[in-house]
Design a binder for this molecule. Structure first.
Ligand code: ADP
Ligand code: ZN
Length: 526
């Protein structure tokens, strides 16, 4: 304790200007002030920072914060200095002079909080420096970055086990907004936090409305969302590729929406310019890859839109969690289509990883697909993924407009038997497009050329439109009744479970799609 014997409550009020702790902040802070290790799982916006900042101010010495967010360190330090906290950072953006100045301040006892990039920890001179000062605690922010199976893995995080080996008596607090039991277990193992007390906050974000719909004309759907529900609001639009980020940003701008692109292919100056415009100006829509967002503290992001399927529920939760940090109503909207599923499966197949890695990535994707196709409350399903139970929320698309389900057994049989015939009779495999053309009896040049008009299943699926068939294929993929072959061409093959559908012993329930533009445009035609 410092000589003035300040309490956490006093620091909360006098330094940060807040009257009361939130949730478990007080319990976490008391535990760390008392010298205990802690693992804190708390959603974005829950108030993790105070959990290590206050103990660092109450305990004697320097609180060392390990953070992967190098681009934000200066802002974080500036914000702390603005409220009178003596903070500094060490990372690769600094020149030798600047680094020496920080070191001198540390040795002179003029720093209470030191932010540090993980790669600095393994540099011998850093360890020597830390040996010469009194360290009050180590905070490991974004601790899920240590998880090799996770979506934000940073190899440098693995070296952080060294902290405990070298300074066993200094308390550590690891924090993350990722909550799966698996990630937590991995953090505990890799950072040797077996003795740490766990604090798990509720991961519910009641002010966020979750909505997932089929992707038909993504930009039009997005424009509709922005114009009808979020005109003039700040938002983030996530796309999978740099190219689609660029294309979408241009399309939005052409429709008068102040949109800016952000991805790793832009130069650093442009990225930081766009980021600060997003933070400082009102109503900017950031169109970005997932390279954007971690650590961004903009409270009034009113919507997060995904134009492509996230790779995992964790990723989806983190990205959507950037909406509505101020607690006011916000929208998390995702449009996804058949192509997303095919593309992501291909990406997994083609990746360099081990078979175990690919299996793991497939499992993560399957859980994401299950969330997309659920007829239950999205929030219940989302929280269940994180091991938390909840009631139907009344504030997600499935609660607000419960989806009808229909008996899709016959269409599924038609599709599956077309695949069987092509394989058995002709040793051929095709992607969704060709199969659907066959089913609806479309005489395209390719269909004619390949002689597919002769197939027994040619034209037997006219009860559904092209669009509806795509929905069927997508849902069958999500249910594991159909698979994308690993040949890299997106061809569709049967799974073990398909046989029961073909033999009529398994019924297929499908979710009725709300948006069906193909059908309505056909109907309005004379
Ligand atoms: P996280 O790191 O968990 O995403 P932050 O630490 O950035 O969340 O906190 C989110 C916001 O909540 C910040 O603006 C912070 O100042 C505010 N906040 C945190 N704790 C409290 C509190 N006890 N009272 C009022 N505001 C708080
Ligand atoms: Zn719900």
């Amino acid at each position: 304790m410092t000589t003035t014997a300040t309490t956490p409550q006093q620091v909360l009020e006098t330094v940060f200007g807040y009257p009361a702790f939130r949730g478990e902040q007080q319990a976490i802070i008391d535990h760390v002030v008392g010298g205990g290790d802690a693992l804190v799982l708390m959603p974005t916006g829950g108030g993790k920072s105070l959990c290590y900042q206050i103990p660092a101010l109450v305990r004697e010495g320097v609180g060392v914060v390990i953070s992967p967010l190098i681009a934000l360190m200066k802002d974080q330090v500036d914000a702390l200095e603005a409220v009178g906290v003596r903070a500094a950072f060490l990372n690769s953006t600094q020149g030798p002079d600047e680094r020496r100045a920080v070191e001198a301040a540390l040795l002179a006892g003029e720093v209470d909080l030191l932010y540090m990039a993980p790669e600095r920890v393994t540099v011998p001179s850093t360890a020597e420096l830390l040996d010469r000062i009194r360290v009050s605690l180590f905070a490991i922010d974004e601790a899920h970055c240590v998880s090799q199976w996770g979506h934000d893995f940073r190899p440098d995080y693995l070296a952080l086990s060294l902290l405990h080996e070298r300074w066993p008596s200094i308390p550590r607090i690891a924090l993350t907004a990722t909550a799966t039991a698996e990630t937590a277990t991995e953090i505990v193992q890799r950072l040797d936090l077996g003795q740490a007390r766990r604090f798990v906050a509720s991961f519910d974000r009641p002010n966020i409305q979750y909505r997932i719909e089929p992707k038909n004309q993504p930009v039009q759907q997005l424009l509709q969302l922005i114009r009808t529900e979020h005109p003039g609001d700040a938002g983030i639009v996530y796309c999978l590729s740099r190219a689609s980020v660029e294309k979408t940003a241009i399309a939005l701008a052409e429709h008068g929406i102040p949109a800016l692109p952000y991805h790793a292919g832009l130069d650093a100056a442009t990225r930081s310019n766009h980021q600060s415009r997003f933070l400082r100006e009102e109503g900017i829509v950031m169109v970005a890859t997932i390279a954007f967002g971690m650590g961004i503290d903009k409270p009034d992001v009113r919507f997060v839109a995904h134009l492509d399927l996230p790779k995992s529920v964790e990723g989806y939760y983190q990205e959507t969690g950037r909406a509505g940090r101020d607690g006011l109503p916000a929208t998390a909207w995702l449009a996804y289509g058949l192509q997303d599923v095919v593309q992501q499966r291909q990406m997994i197949d083609r990746s360099e990883g081990t078979p175990a890695y690919k299996r793991r990535m497939s499992q993560l994707l399957d859980a994401m697909l299950a969330l997309c196709e659920t007829v239950e409350c999205r929030r219940v399903q989302l929280l269940a993924y994180f091991g938390q139970r909840s009631q139907k929320c009344g504030n997600c698309d499935t609660c607000l407009a419960p989806p009808e389900s229909w008996d899709g057994t016959v269409p599924a049989q038609k599709l599956l038997s077309t695949i069987v015939r092509l394989e058995r009779e002709r040793r051929q495999r095709y992607g969704a497009g060709q199969l659907i053309d066959i089913l609806i009896g479309k005489r395209t040049p390719r269909v004619e050329q390949l002689g597919h008009t002769d197939l027994a299943t040619f034209g037997i699926g006219t009860e559904l439109t092209d669009q509806e068939w795509r929905g069927v294929v997508r849902q069958l993929l999500a249910q594991g009744l159909l698979a994308v072959h690993g040949d890299g061409y997106g061809t569709l093959v049967l799974t073990e479970a398909s046989a029961a559908v073909l033999s009529g012993t398994r019924e297929v329930r499908l979710r009725r799609e709300v948006a069906r533009p193909t059908r309505s445009s056909k109907r309005s035609a004379p």
